[in-house]
Write a protein that binds this ligand. Sequence first.
Ligand code: C2O
Ligand code: CU
Length: 470
Amino acid sequence: MTLLLALLALLACKDAAPPPDSEADDTAPVVDTEAPDPRPWFANPAEAEDLDPAEGVVRVALTAATHWQEVVDPLTGDAVSFQGYAYNGQTPGPTLRAKLGDTLIVEFTNDLTAATTIHWHGLAVPYEMDGVTWTLDPVEPGETFTYTLPLTRAGTFWYHPHLNTDQQVDNGLYGVLIVEDPADPPVDRELVMVLDDWAEPEVALPPHGADSDDHGVDGAEGLWAVNGLVSPRVAVEGGEVVRVRLLNAANGGYVDLGWDGGVRQIAGDQGLLPGLATGERVVLAPGDRVDVEWLPGEAGFEVLDHPYAHSGGPAVGEPRALMAVEVDPPAAPAGAPAWPFPADETPDDPGYTDHTYVFTGELEGPWLINGEAFPDVTVAQLPLGEPSILEVRNLSASEHPFHLHGMHFDVLSINGEPPLYPMLEDTFNLGIRDALRVRVVPEYPGFWMLHCHILPHADGGMMTVVEVSE
Ligand code: C2O
Ligand code: CU
């Protein structure tokens, strides 16, 4: 106590100029209060400009081109840099924002030296717009293509290539697509957080069909970044209502997120949930999205990522801080907004199964569905506009985010149990040995990809096709 008082006394005199021959300062602790905090400030990805003044139409231009990627950990100095790809010179690419019922028109130019496409992950769109190359041509280097997309559901979606997907996404081609519902209450702040783990690709560009790497598949390697920033901080005000839209755009890494006060999830893959879902943590598999609300009050907090392995779920180890949230100025927290949660219910399971998909593979692959590797697959038939029941079983040594194009699905059960709340999804993580039953009602004819969203698995064969016809 005496020592502490002495120190305080010493500090109290610090402002006064010491006598010229004083040696007191030599023994005082050196605290450089001027050292700037090295952590960068968080920023939402820049948004694409709407080039069409008409109501009901949002027209944007996207160009894919090579882009020098540089991601630096400000606390350790670790850095990843390589010649990659980007949309409009930024990774994440521009956020596309439109309203429910709008038509989104994307004028796309391919300035890469490789063919590519854009897939609209989570949207049900006409087959010709889905950005796959099953029976459609990709966009060749130097070519353009116009995607016309009806926006029939509100939610947090995303876009990425669907050709050499593992390698092209890994190089930096992805962005968020927000479809706003005008019925949602206004918020004071919206944060768009795109998570990705960065490491240098093993194959330098342009690889022209070379095998892509699968770094970071278990989330253990690489630098996890939020919008390309490692350990950013964001300032929010106490009493604000903050809507946070989160996307895991990593090729294979999972995140298991939590923060002080608990997770208040309001939306999943396909928009608002039927109610507020609260819990300690939320796992985002590759391709997954969640929206959460933050009601900051007196204290800041950290967004923590707990260890999680695709070969077995929650893992041993300390969580890492992905981002720091500073509250300035502090104030009493706001009440929860009145989200217009839909009155969805889990449909009854009719008990029969139209198609069964069994995912298999050892850790070194091959990754198969029903014993087949894409593109040598059996194409199942689904009737347009009528319900089909699919059962998906994971008998492999890895978890797999099950993803279906062109339609969303109601989760009927997981291992025989109905979900905790009605779930409308397009990406659903299958744990090892899990059996998932879903119900789909296809909205468009076409050939729709059904695959794992761990991209090295999908590119390694874990993808099949369902055909929807009248
Ligand atoms: Cu996000 Cu077929 O993919
Ligand atoms: Cu997989």
